[in-house]
Design a protein. Structure first.
Length: 320
């Protein structure tokens, strides 16, 4: 995994900082050039944020074979990508291998994601969309302002988390979780972009999806559980997944799966002695690696901390 946070006083050096991009930056605004790039490259994607104090024009070619998303965060004027202005309710969404031109104003900051083909296919499947050449022709698409603002903040927060502790993301499971987090942000963004289709699934179909998710969680206790991985596993869209859980159990898929896993941990605690199975190990068996978060979720679910749950004693027969 590559993690960088660099500052520049020259536009050319700034342009060279993003790996895999063939591009050139020209300073248009007046004043001493000051810029910064935050960049994380991991399995399936790149996450980056760049900022500059003066107006610049960026020209080049997007990374070949990849899909690029870009969202302005700040700027004293308007951004323009190709032939379109980047208004508040729009984002850059373009396929790699094509020329691009981005005009950015003074005091600009933007967040971007470069997605590899395999992950992009999973995102499209989960969002139930197909981003063909026609959909990406302009390079700028409209999204609800609230959805864009939420996505840009979520991506910026993920990037800051990586920058604050890069060594914590060296392990494959941590990179898988980061990949899933980024993918889920983009699934949400694409889902909000698309119109809501008529819901023709029967209750039986909804119930079957909930049942399959339940079985998958029980059969894969340590596997990461997030919307993108569940949609990929069941081959259904995010919208179908959400609608199914709302129809059958009136809660979200993630709330349901977290509650299901918490119930399995509680069963372990009730059926074992502390000396045989520490709380941390019982939690880890069901995918809870952060004990603080686990304890809070456990208390919210069962009204008590896991440390106060009655454990099995030598003299108490196992009844479960």
């Amino acid at each position: 995994m590559l993690v960088l946070h660099q500052r520049f006083d020259d536009a050319d050096r700034h342009a060279e900082a993003l790996r895999g991009w063939n591009q050139r930056y020209d300073q248009i605004g007046s004043g001493s050039y000051r810029s910064a790039v935050k960049h994380a490259v991991f399995d399936g994607a790149q996450l980056f944020q760049e900022a500059a104090n003066v107006r610049i024009v960026q020209r080049g070619c997007l990374p070949h074979g990849h899909t690029v998303f870009g969202m302005p965060l700040t700027g004293s004027g308007t951004f323009a990508f190709g032939d379109a202005r980047l208004e508040r309710g729009t984002i850059v969404m373009a396929r790699g291998g094509t020329p691009f031109e981005l005009h950015s104003p003074d005091d600009m900051s933007l967040i971007g994601v470069v997605v590899e083909p395999e992950l992009m296919q999973q995102i499209e499947d989960a969002a139930d969309v197909r981003l063909d050449a026609r959909a990406l022709r302009r390079g700028v698409v409209e999204v609800p302002v609230a959805a864009r603002d939420r996505a840009s903040m979520q991506l910026a927060t993920l990037l800051e988390r990586v920058l604050s502790a890069p060594d914590a993301f060296d392990a494959p499971p941590a990179q898988h979780a980061l990949r899933a987090d980024v993918g889920n942000v983009l699934v949400d963004l694409l889902t909000y972009r698309m119109p809501e289709p008529s819901n023709r699934l029967t209750h039986a179909c909804h119930a079957d999806i909930v049942r399959r998710v339940h079985d998958y969680v029980i059969e894969h206790p340590e596997a990461p559980v997030d919307i993108l991985s569940l949609c990929t596993q069941l081959r259904v869209s995010r919208r179908t997944m959400q609608n199914s859980f709302q129809s059958v159990v009136q809660t979200s898929p993630l709330n349901y799966t977290r509650s299901l896993r918490l119930a399995q941990v509680r069963r372990l605690l009730l059926d074992t002695r502390q000396s045989d199975l520490p709380i941390s190990e019982a939690a880890a068996r069901w995918g809870f690696m952060h004990l603080g978060h686990f304890a809070n979720a456990y208390k919210a679910q069962f009204g008590e901390l896991p440390s106060t749950t009655a454990r099995r004693t030598v003299h108490r027969a196992k009844t479960r």
